[in-house]
Design a protein around this ligand. Structure first.
Ligand code: NAD
Length: 461
């Protein structure tokens, strides 16, 4: 989209917002239902687009890009009247004869920028929050998943008034142009590097942001873990979408005493899932483009490959690969892998795990495998992460009852379910004072009133 068109679009969205149409919860519910209906009738096209972009297996497309959205939509549609109800709260006695009410109001116009790895879900899930909260939205999907982005543009155009919700397709230039406009809220999902660009642009207009970023999510297998389950659950989370998942297990910290057995079971799980030659498996995705293929492939130069390592550049295939003997200064241990490579590091004591995790930026998730789930609390007390699973990977993202988001360099602000509504909502605190009497205490001249004031606060405190 050209610059001037983006400017006009932003102005149109604002104008629509100012009509007040989105303030009506009935309107929001109707729009959510419309969105749900549109997704339902486009299911086959969505899966085809995801296959085009990522050769995503149908099961993965349905589970992580489509199915996951329906409970989000119905939960928001069913609850948003309640969520948006004005909330009467107590009033401090100092303001007696007043009432206090928190109103939950839309920000106004929202910008939603999304990445290519779950290009449909990561665009629509924030949109659900935006609609539920009563915002107008401009969506900027990723140029790296062109089939899905085009589909989103069509679905949105066929479903909504373009002054209410619309899509700007394009690459970095378009992203830069939309970021120049003033929106009332920005919801960005993507890399930490671009997250900084987005926040810097937002600072110019002092626009609040939610940043859903990436990072290196550690996976810990303790000596007492149930290794057969751990192997399957980690292989599943790691190789889902060929490792191109923001919260995929990035690397493994395994207790030295169980390392050998774990690797045996883990390679067994890879074989069970994808057969002897994962290239021929219909259930294994491809790397999004050549640039990312070369980047991930080049990370294989670090350490020693102990399983996998095969690639097919013509189809951007990278085999599920396990890499041992990595060191902190290897690139594979410094940048988010975002591909099907799994570095393995042994540890001897839990303190090593804590100091390793704390030596890195705060991750989006931590996965801890143990036979005694209570010990997870001791670990979590010493390390930070956006979210976590005990004895599982990535599954916490699938709950609309829990906030999903990062911390530190993995992001700020969380969404899903009620939290999706909250993040797109401004809480406006309103104090309504009675006209029954007018207390003179606060007015100048203050004279000796300060003594009275001190007494009053002493009594209240
Ligand atoms: P990206 O940051 O490259 O791109 C995301 C969006 O930013 C796209 O719309 C793109 O057009 C735009 N963009 C790219 N470069 C830009 C620039 N210089 N200026 C302005 N906008 C720009 O991210 P990606 O490669 O599409 O996605 C991968 C990253 O996203 C990984 O780091 C992953 O961990 C992260 N991610 C996070 C989550 C989450 O929910 N926390 C989910 C998925 C992906």
């Amino acid at each position: 989209m050209e610059h001037y068109a983006i400017r006009e679009t932003a102005a149109r969205l604002r104008k629509f917002y100012e009509t007040g149409a989105t303030r009506d919860p009935g309107f929001r519910i109707a729009m959510l239902k419309k969105l749900g209906g549109a997704i339902r009738s486009a299911e086959a096209d969505i899966m085809a687009a995801l296959r085009d972009d990522l050769r995503k297996p149908e099961f993965e497309s349905y589970a992580s890009e489509i199915g996951i959205l329906y409970p989000e939509i119905s939960h928001a549609a069913g609850n948003l009247r309640n969520w948006s109800r004005p909330e009467r709260v107590p009033t401090p006695i100092i303001h007696f004869l007043s009432r206090s009410v928190i109103y939950r109001e839309p920000y106004g116009t929202a910008l939603i920028m999304s990445p290519w790895n779950y290009p449909f879900q990561l665009t629509i899930a924030p949109l659900i929050g935006s609609i539920a909260a009563g915002n107008c939205a401009l969506i900027k999907p990723s140029e790296l998943s062109p089939a899905t982005s085009a589909l989103i543009a069509k679905l949105v155009a066929d479903t909504f008034d373009p002054s209410y919700i619309t899509v700007a397709q394009g690459g970095v230039e378009t992203a830069t142009a939309v970021l120049e406009e003033k929106f009332d809220f920005i919801f960005y999902t993507g890399s930490t590097a671009v997250g900084r660009v987005v926040m810097t642009a937002a600072a110019k207009h002092l626009t609040p942001v939610a940043l859903e970023l990436g990072g290196k999510s550690p996976t810990i297998v303790a000596a007492d873990a149930r290794l057969d389950y751990a192997a399957k659950r980690i292989a599943w989370g790691k190789f889902f979408n060929a490792g191109q998942t923001c919260l995929a297990p990035d690397y493994l910290l395994v207790h030295r005493s169980v390392r050998k057995e774990f690797i045996r079971l883990f390679t067994g799980a890879i074989r069970d899932f994808f057969g002897e030659d994962p290239r021929r498996s219909p259930d294994y995705a491809r790397i999004i483009n050549e640039r990312h293929f070369s980047r991930v492939a080049s990370l294989m130069r670090d350490g020693d490959i102990i399983h996998g390592g095969n690639t097919a550049p013509d189809e951007r295939y990278i085999e599920p690969t396990i890499i041992a003997n990595v060191t902190p200064d290897h690139r594979i241990m410094q940048e988010e892998i975002f591909g099907p490579l799994f570095p393995v590091i042994e540890y001897d004591s839990p303190d090593e795990v804590v100091s390793h995790i704390n030596s890195m930026p705060r991750p989006l998730a931590i996965y801890y495998f143990t036979g005694r789930p209570r010990t997870a609390r001791a670990l979590f007390a010493h390390v930070h992460s956006g979210g976590a699973c005990v004895n599982d990977t990535i599954s916490h993202v699938g709950s609309h009852h829990m906030p999903f988001g990062g911390i530190g360099e993995s992001g700020m602000g969380a969404y899903h379910g009620r939290y999706g509504f909250d993040i797109f909502t401004h809480r406006r605190s309103v104090l309504i004072r009675s006209n029954l009497i007018d207390m003179p205490l606060r007015y100048p001249p203050y004279g000796r009133k300060v003594g009275l004031l001190k007494m009053l606060f002493k009594l209240l405190g």
